[in-house]
Design a protein around this ligand. Structure first.
Ligand SMILES: [Zn+2]
Length: 145
């Protein structure tokens, strides 16, 4: 694989992974700007997906005389709607993360206040909990069921 392709592969919504300086403070201005780029890039990607779904649904709202066709069309539609719903929820989360960036809360666990960490945030830019709190949260979730 060429160097350029390798680089493009680990892009995070069009943004290269962050390389922090040794003495760099966590959530420095540069890091904040970095995550703002990622979140906006992600949002843009999702929004263009929503646009696409909307136009596909309009295109496909034609009358299928064959009942089998109509049934499969309805399944497609509900799948589309479900993924649209998921996208909309994600966009809401991304907006919340962007608001956290503005208020200076981004990157810190909302439960215990520790650094969530650059790598974890790059993998999950909307994470609001550190790994430990997230794990506990999931255990509690599972016990509820
Ligand atoms: Zn925590």
């Amino acid at each position: 694989m060429s160097k350029a392709a390798e680089k493009a592969d680990n892009l995070i919504f069009g943004v290269e992974p962050y390389v922090a300086g040794k003495t760099e403070e966590y959530m420095s201005d540069n890091q904040v700007a970095h995550f703002r780029l990622i979140l906006n890039g992600w949002k843009q990607e999702l929004s263009s997906g929503l646009e696409r779904t909307r136009s596909t649904m309009q295109d496909e709202t034609v009358n299928h005389p064959d009942p089998t066709d109509r049934a499969s069309q309805e399944t497609d539609m509900s799948l589309e709607l479900r993924s649209r719903d998921r996208e909309r929820k994600l966009i809401k989360k991304i907006n919340e993360s962007l608001a956290d960036i503005d208020s200076g809360d981004y990157g810190f666990c909302e439960n215990c206040g520790v650094d969530i960490g650059i790598q974890r945030l790059e993998a999950r830019p909307t994470a609001t909990l550190c790994v430990d709190c997230k794990t506990l949260d999931e255990i509690r979730e599972r016990q509820k069921v």
